[in-house]
Design a binder for this molecule. Structure first.
Ligand SMILES: Nc1ncnc2c1ncn2[C@@H]1O[C@H](COP(=O)(O)OP(=O)(O)OP(=O)(O)O)[C@@H](O)[C@H]1O
Length: 627
């Protein structure tokens, strides 16, 4: 009665209510995951208690063995999940169960697709696990006692998930949390020992704490046994583990239902002893591009969970990697500050990075199709490694994939090595073109001579590519990287005759060039004849040593490099005609039209479109009059 009087009502945060509605409606086909989520919370609570006791040097208090209990009562139509973990104080209950602290929740709500499987998958990733209880329960009662508080300082939380919850004082014999789910009508199929056992084994076999259930057939008695394996999976020898164990474990720590693409399990002994169990997911996590998103590698010390990575264990460009790093060299009460200056951590990070890069290299060599899938999901992130990880730059570069003039599709499937293997005799430069899209790249006049000579060009289209080839990677394995839209026309193995031809053309067009240059004063930094073109009359390139034309374009947004050079194709009928009639009164119109055309073909902006159209129309009128 006293307890009843002290009961207080609270409203859920608006997002929680929204989430609860979604849970009940969209997750129904995957309703079993509630058990996985609640067991996972219980196991986290046990880890946190263990850590708190170690770090406060109260390890001797850890006499009670950790456990999680799952039981049911067919008459009362309840399922109970209990643990002897850290528990929660009153304020913690209000903070954790009733609000959603994570900023990612709105992203979660936005991320819901309506596809039940995909949505169920998101739940674990976003940390909204507890609320999944309401998928099967019409009422949830949680009694929890914070470790360190007395038996009568426990808290009872209760809700029907419809917008409000109540809190009251309670008693609990030992620290920990008990959650009672009052099942909805029609959920009685879950009130079955075999069914619950199967769900626990399917989802939670790898949980490192024994999950106790009454021995089958002796429900109601005290007999109980562990239904799961209950050992730290990463500490078990590889020879004992099968692929499924890894997949289950991956699902446990990430909440991702799809199978990981690949994993690495390695026990390292030497100056520092540690175990790595790292996974590369098949699909990009929702928060791959969210700044300060939760890292996915967890640090353990001698099996005890210590903390989530904060950027110390995995470099940023490998932020999609999830898993466990378990060190034997760090103290259990290690703080973030200690981690930052720890030689052991530095060593582990460097070796884990190298191992992940090696894992990806092996995947690329042995399972190129899988690697193609990886590249599609994570290629853009991996490219950041060229900027961020100087010491592994070469290894990261080996992993890069591009589209090229050799590719028949837009898929990026060409590595620097592939390119080098297809180089023409005498070619020692790797050519690339930065363009805003694959379509723009393949239509670019800058490729004409390369096509004619069969010289491959890498086609780069991502903003990050500017940094990869623009500034950071001057060369790969001794081969210079060169933009096809920059500098003097390239020597593509031209014959002596061809070289002579271009010199002659330059001489033969000297007057025309001088005039056009004058007419385009202030627009074109230079004008010259070129052998870069076969079908177009003109193109614009960046003068060396200016930055790459497209880099300048992206940075300034105008579309033109700082020093635009107009190149004319002496073989083109328009240029031939102009050269044959040096006193053509329409030369100014021609010069402006050729210049602006070239501006347009590179996807840039014509500065004065009205005057361009006037010049063009004047020419068309003349041609009409002539014919
Ligand atoms: N059994 C428990 N014992 C102690 N604290 C708990 C327990 N269950 C939940 N909590 C607290 O409630 C919080 C919210 O739980 P919820 O399952 O909604 O998300 P989460 O556990 O933080 O995220 P994730 O499921 O991704 O790990 C937890 O972070 C934890 O602090």
């Amino acid at each position: 009665m006293v307890l009843q009087e002290e009961q207080e009502s609270f409203s859920f945060q608006a997002e929680v209510t929204q989430l609860l509605n979604l849970m009940a409606n969209s997750l129904y086909s995957n309703k079993e995951i509630f058990l996985r989520e609640l067991i996972s919370n219980a196991s986290d609570a046990i880890d946190r208690l263990r850590f708190e006791r170690f770090s406060q040097q109260r390890a001797e208090e850890n006499a009670e063995k950790p456990w999680i209990r799952v039981g049911f009562d067919a008459d009362a139509k309840t399922i109970t999940i209990a643990d002897n973990g850290i528990g929660m104080g009153r304020d913690e209950v209000i903070e954790n169960i009733g609000t959603i602290a994570r900023s990612g929740t709105m992203e979660f709500l936005r991320g819901l697709t309506g596809d039940q499987r995909a949505d169920a998958n998101l739940i674990g990733q976003f940390g909204v696990g507890f609320y999944s209880a309401f998928v099967v329960a019409e009422r949830v009662v949680l009694v929890t006692r914070r470790a360190g508080l007395d038996a009568d300082q426990a808290v009872r939380w209760e809700s029907d998930g419809a917008g409000e919850y109540s809190l009251s004082a309670a008693e609990r014999d030992e620290p920990g949390t008990t959650i009672v789910l009052h099942l909805r009508e029609g959920e009685t199929d879950l009130l079955n020992s075999f069914r619950l056992r199967t769900i626990v084994q399917r989802y939670s076999d790898h949980v490192g704490v024994p999950i106790l259930m009454p021995v089958e057939g002796s429900e109601g008695s005290e007999d109980e046994s562990a239904v799961n394996e209950a050992s730290a999976l990463w500490r078990r020898p590889k020879s004992e583990l099968v692929e499924k164990d890894y997949h289950d474990y991956y699902r446990h720590i990430t909440g991702d239902f799809s199978e990981p693409l690949t994993h690495l399990h390695s026990k390292v002994e030497g100056r520092y002893d540690y175990t790595l169990l790292l996974f590369v997911p098949s699909n990009a996590p929702y928060d791959l591009w969210v700044r300060d998103a939760r890292r996915k590698v967890r640090l353990h010390v001698q099996r005890v969970f210590i903390m989530d990575d904060d950027g110390q264990l995995m470099p940023d460009y490998l932020r999609f990697v999830s898993g466990i790093i378990d060190s034997s060299d760090l103290p259990l009460n290690v703080s973030r500050e200690i981690l930052q200056s720890s030689l052991a951590v530095e060593h582990i990070r460097s070796s884990a990075t190298k191992k992940v890069l090696k894992l990806l290299k092996d995947l690329a060599e042995k399972e190129p199709e899988k690697y193609a899938g990886f590249w599609k999901e994570f290629g853009t992130v991996l490219k950041e490694g060229i900027a961020d990880d100087y010491s592994n730059r070469q290894d990261v570069a080996e992993l890069l994939r591009f589209t090229s003039t050799h590719s028949s599709t837009e898929n990026a499937d060409v590595s620097f090595r592939d390119y080098i293997g297809r180089m023409k005799d005498g070619q020692d430069t790797i050519y690339y073109l930065l363009a805003p899209s694959f379509a723009a790249a393949t239509a670019s006049p800058h490729l004409e001579a390369f096509r004619a000579k069969g010289v491959e060009v890498l086609l780069l289209g991502e903003a990050v590519d500017n940094w990869v080839v623009g500034g950071l990677m001057q060369e790969f394995d001794g081969h210079r990287l060169q933009s096809v839209a920059q500098g003097a026309p390239p020597d593509l193995g031209d014959t002596a005759e061809e070289k002579e031809g271009i010199e002659e053309a330059a001489e033969a067009h000297a007057d025309l060039i001088a005039k056009v240059k004058e007419l385009l004063d202030g627009k074109a930094w230079d004008v010259r004849v070129t052998n870069r073109l076969t079908t177009s009359p003109a193109c614009i390139v960046a003068a060396e040593p200016d930055t790459d034309i497209n880099l300048a374009q992206r940075m300034r947004g105008t579309g033109l490099p700082n020093q635009p050079v107009l190149e004319l194709n002496p073989e083109h009928p328009i240029v031939r005609r102009l050269n044959a009639h040096p006193d053509d009164p329409r030369l100014a119109d021609w010069a402006h039209v050729l210049f602006n055309q070239a501006v347009l073909t590179m996807g840039a902006r014509v500065e004065d479109p009205a005057s361009f159209v006037t010049h063009l129309n004047d020419l068309l009128v003349t041609l009409t009059e002539e014919s």
